[in-house]
Design a binder for this molecule. Structure first.
Ligand code: DC
Length: 234
């Protein structure tokens, strides 16, 4: 009773998943990282040679899509769910630059979006969910009770992402990461199918100059208010 749907959208590397994860944990809600789903399909396409020399063989990929079985499995030690593709834990591989460089191109394919949006709606059927992505408040759950749109400057986002990749041992330059951030912003915002945009009823949240704790406290406080209101109206 009184559970709501929380949609967190925004540009890449704005820290959506950190906040969404912490928020879900504090509210005892389910957390779903939809970017991980698009990344897993990208890895699937690479593994099945549907992408050769950065060119996507659309027909082949669409034909193979039903064979891509995605599953989130909760990891108790890490306290979050990890992505499994056809039974294999792919959490680390889907975060690599190899996948990051191609994922926006896979995310523009309507058949891919259709498959993933329908899975996402099913996961959120009973509310009590925090879902992050690009089209959650606009397409997946337009009726979500609480919507946030996260932004931060491209330089700040690239520098956060760069530190994260370096700490994982990836061999990348800051310039390469910044280029990837800008390219993804452009493709995500300009694609024909469910482009990234702020829902009319979403709260814009620029976290360029804000630490994680402050962001969490503000958003958590707001979420509790929405949940309280929801209970009163029930
Ligand atoms: O959140 P992320 O950076 O892991 O997302 C990876 C890519 O997937 C991103 O470039 C855009 C795409 N994406 C999308 O199109 N729709 C979503 N709901 C989530 C991600």
């Amino acid at each position: 009773m009184g559970k709501i749907t929380i949609a967190i959208d925004g540009y890449s590397s704005t820290g959506k998943s950190t906040i969404a994860k912490d928020l879900a944990s504090a509210l005892n809600y389910v957390y779903v990282d939809t970017g991980a789903m698009y990344r897993a399909i990208t890895l699937f396409a690479l593994d099945n040679k549907c992408i050769v020399d950065d060119k996507i063989n659309l027909e082949k990929l669409i034909g193979l899509l039903p064979k891509a079985k995605l599953k989130f499995q909760f990891n108790k030690e890490l306290d979050y769910s990890q992505m499994y593709l056809n039974g294999e834990n792919v959490e680390q591989e889907i975060r690599s630059m190899r996948v990051s460089k191609l994922v926006s191109k896979i995310a523009i394919i309507p058949e891919v979006r259709e498959k993933l949006v329908s899975m996402q709606r099913e996961m959120g059927r009973n509310k009590g969910i925090v879902m992050d992505g690009r089209d959650i408040g606009t397409v997946v759950f337009p009726d979500a009770e609480f919507k946030i749109f996260m932004t931060a400057s491209p330089d700040i986002r690239a520098s956060r992402r760069y530190k994260e990749l370096i700490s994982k041992g990836e061999n990348v330059t800051y310039e390469e990461v910044l280029k990837n951030v800008r390219e993804r912003d452009y493709i995500d915002s300009n694609r024909a199918s469910s482009p990234l945009m702020q829902a009319e009823d979403a709260i814009e949240f620029d976290n360029s100059d804000m630490g994680i704790q402050e962001q969490f406290e503000r958003i958590h406080h707001y979420a509790l208010k929405v949940i309280e209101k929801q209970k009163k109206n029930a």
